[in-house]
Design a protein around this ligand. Sequence first.
Ligand code: 5GP
Length: 254
Amino acid sequence: MARRRQLYEGKAKILFEGPEPGTLVQYFKDDATAGNGAKHGIITGKGVLNNRISEYIMLRLQEIGIPTHFIRRINMREQLIREVEIIPLEIVIRNIAAGSIAKRLGIPEGTRLPRSIVEYYYKNDALGDPMVAEEHITAFGWANPHDLDDMVAMSLRVNDFLMGLFAGVGISLVDFKLEFGRLWEGEEMRIILADEISPDNCRLWDSKTNEKLDKDRFRRDMGQVEEAYQEVARRLGILPEAGNGDLKGSETMQ
Ligand code: 5GP
């Protein structure tokens, strides 16, 4: 593989310079962290699975007109993406209480929320991604009200679509986190969906048993993490069979 310039290394992904201007290569690692990096581990095969799951979801979203940074998958662990200026916000959409909302507001985990709830977090590792309000976002200039409206509208469309997509394969979409970026085309700026959508940043529960099929298995030391990610991929029709060994094969396979 030709040596490429590494631009950024995050907890679960690395960004390399892309083959053409305006593109990047997004590499999916097996590393997993929780508690803002306090806990670290390797989930064998996670990067390969997330690359495939995120590709699948980004393509389905593009089909319904959501603009995303995804261009194409390059190999088992890498995808070509558009270079964007990441907006330092994490937009979380919740349908069922779990995780931080359950803890913060004392709502029993599993309670269906009266409607989908949108939350904003300031993307800043040093501060532990604190929750913020629209006032902070606009006052500090992270996004203007129009751009924020755009992101919320897209997030709610993503939620509606993904709830249906996952319901069709027996999975409840509990909550998820999205990130957006600014794409400049000359003087024109568009906001597009960035990052990834995978069991690393979604809570996915089996619709019948409520079994967790996401990163909470790692966060809560429940074991069978890779198997859960494989199950999501299998249900989405990405993996032909449960536990398909091919996924652990050559890193350069298409
Ligand atoms: P919570 O606020 O309950 O911890 O997380 C809500 C949802 O957003 C969960 O699906 C969780 O996976 C996702 N999420 C929130 N913050 C992050 C983050 O910094 N990284 C990742 N991968 N997911 C996050």
